[in-house]
Write a protein that binds this ligand. Structure first.
Ligand code: GTP
Ligand code: MG
Ligand code: ZN
Length: 293
């Protein structure tokens, strides 16, 4: 037996594929680990005992930086939120929500505008600009014309990058170009979902890091975010922290609010502010509901 360290890239029925410095090892979770009742997740960094036949057992799971429940995956570094310049039209509310959720989990949100071939003129650039001005890294790509792929690849070394966004925006198409592996594109995934086919989460090794496709990810829950902390998850508002008349200003109805001033001056995009307010109201309701329980 030797001890190796690695990352779980796939898990099927109690068996886990671990990527180690010496290659892939198929592992079970036996013994000591079972007694701690921690269930290994894809994305976990683990130490494993490897036997002569190159199968092993997971001994220890390193503390998780973060994890998602749907899909179940741990230790995401970057959420690449893909939207289409057209077809489907961008859903700014969803984009802003995914970015805030990512930030709340210490995941860097990056916006990628795809399908530039379908949008006239500057539309893709204008969408990207909203997010660049807010403080996010933004990319512009076109899977159809094979442009912008190198910029996506540039995000990957040393990181685990999850692709998220509405159905049909081109996540799988872009991932296929990035990994040079063909993944279910277009109708296929829709048919599978209709049939409730079980989807196994799988990290794909690429460019010195890992990538992950997440169909249906757009329904991500806002678990654990408090209404009063939401303002810190919008970088353009977090930058103005302390500039409002009231401490802990929620930027919704208070007088002399620096965020509302910035909105009036056009320094904060209306769509971003609208998303903030919508999320804020929804989170506030959750809190009130919980307090009255
Ligand atoms: N015109 C155009 N079509 C594209 C582009 N990228 C993807 N598509 C098409 O858009 C459709 C949806 O692409 P997918 O890659 O399956 O989208 P997805 O985000 O993976 O969708 P789900 O798996 O349902 O979440 C397919 O028919 C693609 O061929 C692009 O840049 N331009
Ligand atoms: Mg897909
Ligand atoms: Zn304010």
């Amino acid at each position: 037996m030797i001890t190796a360290y690695g990352k779980i890239i796939k898990g099927v029925g109690g068996s886990y594929l671990v990527d180690t410095a010496d290659g892939l090892v198929e592992c079970s979770a036996r013994g000591r680990l079972r007694r701690t009742e921690l269930i290994p997740m894809v994305g976990d960094r683990v130490s494993v005992s490897v036997g002569k036949d190159n199968t092993g057992s997971i001994d220890k799971i390193c503390p998780r930086k973060n994890f998602l429940i749907r899909p179940p995956v741990a230790n995401i570094d970057i959420l690449l939120i893909v939207c289409a310049a057209a077809s489907p039209e961008p859903d700014f509310t969803l984009l802003d929500k995914l970015l805030a959720i990512a930030s709340g989990k210490d995941i860097e949100g990056v916006v990628c505008v795809n399908k530039t071939d379908l949008a006239p003129g500057e539309k893709a650039g204008e969408i990207a600009d909203i997010y660049k001005r807010a403080g996010y890294r933004t990319l512009i790509a076109c899977a159809r014309e094979n442009t912008g792929i190198d910029d996506i690849i540039g995000l990957i070394p040393g990181k685990t990058v999850a692709f998220a966004g509405l159905s049909g925006v081109g996540k799988s198409s872009l991932l296929s170009l990035v990994t040079e592996r063909s993944l279910a594109v277009g109708g296929v995934s829709r048919i599978e979902r209709g049939r409730h086919t079980t989807r196994h989460v799988e990290l794909i090794q690429a460019h010195g890091g890992y990538v992950l496709d997440t169909p249906g990810f757009s329904r991500l829950e806002v678990d654990g975010i408090k209404a009063r902390d939401l303002r810190l998850l919008f970088p353009e508002m977090a930058r103005l922290e302390g500039k409002c008349r009231f401490r802990g200003c929620t930027h919704t109805a208070e007088p002399d609010c620096a965020v509302i001033d910035a909105l009036d001056k056009g320094d904060i995009a209306q769509s971003r502010y609208d998303s903030y307010k919508q999320m804020y109201e929804a989170l506030k309701e959750i809190k009130e509901w919980e307090e009255n329980k």
